[in-house]
Design a protein around this ligand. Sequence first.
Ligand code: ATP
Ligand code: MG
Length: 446
Amino acid sequence: MRLTRYFLPVLKETPAEAQIVSHRLMLRAGMIKQASAGIYSWLPLGYRVLRRIEQIVHEEQIRAGHIPMLMPTLQSADLWRESGRYDDYGQEMLRITDRHGRDMLYGPTNEELITDIFRAHVNSYKDLPLTLYHIQWKFRDEIRPRFGVMRGREFLMKDGYNFDLDKEAALHAYNRHLVSYLRSYERMGLQAIPMRADGGPIGGDYTHEFLVLAETGESEVFYDSQITELKFGDRAVDYDSVAECRAVLEEFTSRYARTDETHDEAAFHAQVPEARRRSARGIEVGQIFYFGTKYSEAMGATVVGPDGARVPVHMGSHGIGVSRLLGAIIEASHDEKGIIWPEGVTPFPAGIVNLKQGDAAADAACEGLYGALVARGLEPLYDDRAERAGAKFATMDLIGLPWRITVGPRGLEKGVVELTSRRTGESAEMTPEAAVDRLSQIYVAL
Ligand code: ATP
Ligand code: MG
C-alpha cells in the first residue's frame, strides 16, 4: 500500500476523551473512530489488525477440530424465554421490536441460538463430539462503555460451543479450548494467563478466564509469579489426545492464579511462598466454561445415547474478545512514540520510508523493494509522501510497524538501505535484497 493512496487519518493532538494509552494510540493512529458511545467504526488500519486477529483465531480453532459457521446478530426473544434468560439478562440486553410487534434482541451471546440449531439437526450420540463456533458482533448495553474497544457496547467476539455425550467428553473439549487459546494468544505476541474464575450462578470449577497483565486492566488478579515463566511455544499437541490436552491444562493451571472473584487469601498464602506472591491488574481477553446440561435440559437438546435412551447433551461455551484484543495488545506493547505491533498481528509487515521523494534513485529503490516484498507475500506500507524524514519516522513509530526500511540517496550510493526494528530501535545497513530476505525469514517463521 502506498501511503498517498491510503486512508490513514492520524491525529496530531492527543484526544482528550481517551483515558488509557491503547485508546489514545488507536485514535491517534487512525485505527478507529467512535460512532456513538461504545460503538466504533474500524478505519482501514484498525480493520487490518482486526482481520489479522480473526484469522489467527480461525486458524487455531480449525486446528483444534472446531467448526466455523455464522449466526446472526439479531435473535428472537422466544428462544431466550425458553432458556429463562430473557428476563434474567436485564438492561445489558438491547431489546428491539420489529414492525410486526415481535420481540427481538441484538445477541449478547449465542447459547440459545446454537442450542436451537443443535436440537433441530442432531439426534444421535454418533454425531458427537461436536464443537461449532463463530466470530460475530455482539451487543451489550454496558452501563459504562469506556477505554475504546476494550469495553465497547458493540464488540467482536469469537464464541464456540461444544456438545458432548457426557461430562468426561465435555471436559476434553474444555481442555482443547484451553490449549487452542494458549496458542492463539501467543501467536498474537501476548501472554494471557488462565486464571480460575467464578462460575456464576451455575457454579463449578470449570471456568477459566485468560488475563493479560496490564496496569489498566479492570480485573484484580492474584498469582504465583512462576506462572509467568510458562510458555506454550511451538510444541505439537494432538487435539484428539485426552491425556495430552489434560497435561497442558495441568501445566498451565496448577499454580495459583485467580481473579478477585475466586481469590482466597488463605489458600494463596498456603500455596505460594511469599517471594512469588503477586497481585496485579489484568485484562480479560477470553473465557472458557463447562456448564453441563443447563441449556440442553431447558431447551430439550437431547440425543439418543448408546443404550437407546435420550439424554441431554453436555455443553460448554468458550469466548475470545477479538476486538478487545487490539486494546490489550497495545497496552502490553507500546512506548512513548506509539504502538509496537507484534509481527503476528501487524497491519503491515514493514514500512518503507523514502528519505527523498522525487530523487530518481531513491524512488526507484523504493519501488523495487515494494515489488520484491509484495512478491514474497509481505505487502509493505510505503510512505511515498513528499514529507520531511522526521514526519515520516514519527508516523511509522506511531502506527507501530515492527520493521522499517529507510531508503535515501546517501545509502544508495553505497548500495545499502537501513532495516530498523521498531521494538529495539536497532538498525542495520544492508542491500535491499538482504533486507527483503531478512523480512521473509522473520515472517515465514510465524
Ligand atoms: P467482562 O467481565 O469484561 O464484562 P464477560 O466476562 O462478561 O466480560 P464473556 O461473556 O466472558 O464476557 O465474553 C467473552 C469475552 O468477550 C471476554 O473475555 C472479553 O474478552 C470480551 N468482552 C466481553 N464484554 C466485552 C465488551 N463490553 N467489550 C469488548 N469485549 C468484551
Ligand atoms: Mg468472561
